[in-house]
Design a protein around this ligand. Structure first.
Ligand code: C5P
Length: 234
């Protein structure tokens, strides 16, 4: 793993593989890790992921697997074969699914980091209530964080707002990956639980997933450099 990289993971939320590759190359392997999500993967398949890996990018393959344990285990092994740096599953898949995912990637060296998604950052408490989930957002995230930790995963995707309670409950063991990052909090898009990069890192986020604030910027490289500078000066 390249420890000189900043904590920023760029969400390559593009529809065309060529667009994604050119965008990643414009930023450079030395500057950031990249995330391939559902749209790009569904359109471009494993070839694009392999190309990014061959070019030297550390790739977070964000397919948020959520299925029966056997299916998720095989999907995780298939993802690990692509040589990616990080993969994820939904904590809502339950304990057996999390354990099966963990076991499936054990034999890979280096093995990808395996993290679980807690509650999507596009959801708020009204959404949880509509889903039949009782308790506060924080209660629900903490319950899933404990389950993820007890199942031996490396980390958790959560909103920056849940970092402090997770650290208080579970210490430093889980790597916390936070989307919902907005350098300018007045631009939320569809995210409902947002924070600035410096606030999230100060609270203890290990990685920041950033999409539109960089991909839609007039000058994406400058937008990335500005965020890096804000993190260093903080
Ligand atoms: O454009 P934006 O910065 O909102 O992109 C956030 C990225 O993080 C998207 O690719 C989204 O799929 C992903 N993500 C998220 N919330 C989660 C997990 C992943 O927004 N809980």
């Amino acid at each position: 793993m390249n420890n000189t990289l900043s904590p920023i993971i760029i969400a390559l939320d593009f529809s065309k593989p060529q667009q994604a590759l050119e965008f990643a190359q414009q930023l450079g392997t030395h500057r950031c890790r990249v995330k391939v999500g559902k749209e790009l993967f569904t359109r471009s398949g494993a070839n694009l992921v392999e190309t990014l890996v061959e070019q030297g990018f550390e790739v977070f393959l964000d397919l948020k697997f959520h299925d029966i344990p056997n299916t998720v285990a095989h999907a995780c092994a298939a993802a690990a074969e692509l040589g990616v740096w990080m993969i994820d599953v939904h904590a809502f898949g339950g304990r057996d699914m999390l354990l099966a995912a963990r076991e499936a990637i054990e034999k890979f060296s280096p093995r990808p980091l395996l993290i679980a998604v807690s509650i999507l950052t596009s959801l708020n408490e009204n959404d949880l209530f509509a889903l039949g989930l009782h308790g506060t957002l924080q209660d629900n995230v903490l319950r899933l964080a404990r389950l993820t930790h007890a199942s031996g995963l490396d980390g958790l995707v959560c909103s920056p707002h849940e970092i402090a309670p997770i650290r208080a409950a579970l210490g430093q063991e889980l790597q916390l990956v936070t989307p919902g990052i907005r350098p300018n909090l007045s631009v939320q898009d569809d995210q409902k639980r947002t924070m600035t990069p410096t606030q999230a890192v100060a609270l203890g986020a290990n990685y920041l997933v950033i999409g539109r604030p960089i991909t839609q910027a007039a000058d994406p490289l400058q937008a990335l450099i500005d965020i890096e500078a804000s993190l260093i000066s903080a």
